[in-house]
Write a protein that binds this ligand. Sequence first.
Ligand code: GUN
Ligand code: ZN
Length: 429
Amino acid sequence: MQAYRASLLRFDEAGRPLFDEDGLLVVGPDAAGRQRVIDAGDFRAVSARHAEVPVTRWAGRLIAPGFVDMHIHFPQTDIIGAPSEGLLPWLENYTFPAESRFSDPAHAAEVAEVFLDELMRNGVTTALTFATSHVASVDAFFEASRRRNLRMITGKVLQDRHSPDGVRDQTDQSLIDTENLIRKWHDVERLGYAITPRFAPTSTDRQLQGAGELAARYPDTWIHSHVAENKDEVQWARELFPSARSYLDVYAGFGLMRERAVYAHCIHFDDDDRRLMRETGTATAVSPTSNLFLGSGFFDFEGADRIGYRYGLASDVGGGASFSPFATMLAAYYVGREGQTKPGLSIAPSQLWWRHTAGAAQALGLEGVIGNLQPGCEADFVVIDPQATPLLARKTSLANSLEELLFSMIVLGDDRLIERTVISQAGQA
Ligand code: GUN
Ligand code: ZN
């Protein structure tokens, strides 16, 4: 066992923050040898229960759960910041050419390492990420994640139409490849498989049908796609699937909405769509830097809360403009102001933080596993230096409350705040 003394941030079951100014986090191996949180809380109380455990002291630092990025594209690492008029030209001019290179296993392996380095530097310990349509991209990503003991989720992209040579796949083979990859990787150590139709316009009915059948046959895999991001995309989907009530309803019709199904964006929704999300247990990956960068629109936080369905935060790199959870939380704050009818604050800082940690884990069906530092959680955490820059040092020292402290970091923070990222190791019991 090992204990770490610093300020400590956790969340209770209702998503409220728990903060110990002088906290202690005790971690130790479970029966399988994986490091988990044994105890956490106020230093005096917790240390009295674990007097024999050696303590590492990180004075002036804050221990917090590792961030969870609910939607990102590892093969788009190199096209972050590619300017475009909007989603569809961006896909055609930058995304598909970049992704076509991932048929090369060496390229896929190299980018996977760069991407994971970037996640770690930014304190992101779990991501639900797109791969590309190439099997090699999935193998490369899982191999790299496994070597680092990371809890990561990915899957082969399904796109058998309206896609150029180099990324378009073949319907039958794509489904065979998907099932083989599920058997090879799903639930191996900390890895999880996501059945990943790119979005309805680039899949035939037969491919979506097959994806839905696999999702039913392997109910604890994830489903990962995009929906209702951009008005041109919505119109295209409506033309291609005229009998569906809405774009979202296309996925429902193919059995692609259930718990552990995650759809990025969900901007151009009505309340029937929101109720369908709630009733099926489907979650949204809210990606505000991407939505602002590509001019897609504004996620309706108020609508999501009014109907009450699951959502969490995501970067959506390379459409998104930053790997940093601080950038994503700040963008969510800005978007949360949009469309507000009453004056007042946007989303509370601790809620933004929860949506990128324990709330994101809950939306992924991984509550109590990651995203929090309550007893039993896997010990993935970050050590934050609130004095990482001169302005942060001034500002955080002036904070009068937890909300003010968290907000200072959300507004001014970037990767410099993350002093270290600690990953739960698969050691010996
Ligand atoms: N819709 C279909 N493919 C993509 C993609 O790669 N990025 C985003 N943001 N939206 C998409
Ligand atoms: Zn995306």
